[in-house]
Design a protein. Structure first.
Length: 117
């Protein structure tokens, strides 16, 4: 009798925990497909000019007078406008669509949205 009660209690405690683990794991790929990929791409391709925080406060960023990606001016642009700039370049910024592909460019837009003040 004690043994079956112990098993019942263990099952009642484990079931919600298992449910939470399954829920977290089911959401993990979606988060990594955009945020993490965008962050990795930003770090590899954009930080030299835009800085880790997107401020443009780097020697290259200052010399090119790069806009702060966190600013209202940049954040007020549509996703399409940001994607256009990333994909095709603008001014001294190179085009990245051929080298990165459309999906990684979209991931960068998502990452930049997370930089707002």
């Amino acid at each position: 009798m004690k043994r079956s009660v112990s098993k019942l209690i263990a099952a009642l405690v484990a079931a919600p925990l298992l449910g939470m683990v399954v829920l977290l794991l089911s959401q993990a790929p979606a988060m990594s497909a955009t945020g993490d990929d965008g962050a990795a791409t930003f770090k590899a391709k954009c930080v030299m000019c835009h800085g880790a925080d997107g401020s443009g406060d780097t020697s290259v960023g200052k010399s090119l007078k790069i806009r702060d990606l966190r600013s209202g001016e940049v954040q007020s642009q549509s996703d399409g406008q940001l994607l256009e700039i990333i994909s095709n370049g603008k001014g001294k910024m190179p085009a990245y669509e051929k080298g990165l592909g459309a999906d990684k460019c979209k991931d960068l837009v998502t990452f930049i949205r997370g930089l707002k003040h």
